[in-house]
Design a protein around this ligand. Structure first.
Ligand SMILES: [Zn+2]
Length: 249
């Protein structure tokens, strides 16, 4: 579809206006619209010579904690100038109008919270947080430029980013809450996600199987597209503000 002015089916607008429970899954596409580079896009310069699993796995951290620490320090630095985009803010506006609104994100950049959303389930953690690799205690402050990997104040273990690495399980509490939100919502949005990374990709299908209306917003078709009730191809930062305006404007 073309953008501006975007038109939405009357039926969808009416359903959204009265839906008490909404769940939204967001993926890398939403962050990319803020100018944030994906994991692989960020692997430029010296980082390009490393395989992704050599920068983001428990084995890599065990082998060379400083390399892994520096990679995340570099990514945190790259995040400093990044701001939420109109799609993030449209979801903040949406939350004001819906009785129960849950954002489930695969992104680790914290942009939904920066925009003002609460109740954000982070399936893959956040690179804005650092925790102990041993006792899991979160660190409040740390030195990204330290000569060696900073240690935990509680137990002396090494600090690491609070993200899910290759080979690691998703945080159980976040995943369970996400599944519950998907299974109990009236309308499920899948936004900016390729729909191939599990278990996130299965959430839309779980919602669909429970009778929820499924709306997909993505740059290109995904495995979900044929099951979705409504599909919009384009940028969420352009489509979502128009949708919010059509419903509650
Ligand atoms: Zn510790």
């Amino acid at each position: 579809m073309s953008i501006g002015p975007v038109t939405f089916p009357e039926e969808l607008v009416a359903l959204l206006r009265k839906a008490p429970k909404l769940a939204v899954l967001t993926g890398a596409g939403v962050s990319q619209e803020s100018g944030l580079r994906t994991f692989r896009e960020a692997q430029t310069g010296l980082w390009a010579q490393h395989r992704p699993e050599d920068l983001a796995s428990p084995e890599a951290f065990q082998r060379d904690p400083k390399l892994v620490w520096d990679w995340y320090a570099w990514r945190r630095e790259a995040l400093k100038g990044v701001r939420p985009n109109p799609g993030h803010y449209a979801l903040v506006e949406t939350a004001k109008h819906v009785a129960r609104f849950t954002i489930i994100t695969q992104n680790v950049d914290g942009l939904h919270q920066m925009a003002g959303n609460e109740n954000v389930l982070e399936l893959h953690g956040s690179i804005r947080r650092v925790r102990c690799a041993d006792c899991r205690t979160l660190a409040n402050t740390w030195d990204d430029d330290a000569e060696s990997v900073p240690g935990c104040l509680e137990c002396g273990g090494l600090l690491r980013p609070d993200v899910v690495w290759f080979g690691e399980a998703l945080p159980r509490d976040q995943l369970e809450a996400a599944v519950e939100a998907a299974r109990s919502c009236d309308i499920f949005f899948s936004i900016g996600t390729s729909g191939v990374v599990q278990p996130a990709a299965s959430l839309a299908f779980a919602a669909h199987n429970r009778g929820a209306l499924v709306v997909e917003i993505n740059a290109e078709p995904t495995p979900l597209t044929s099951k979705a009730d409504y599909v919009f191809h384009g940028k969420s930062g352009e489509i979502l503000p128009h949708l919010v305006e059509a419903i509650w404007g």
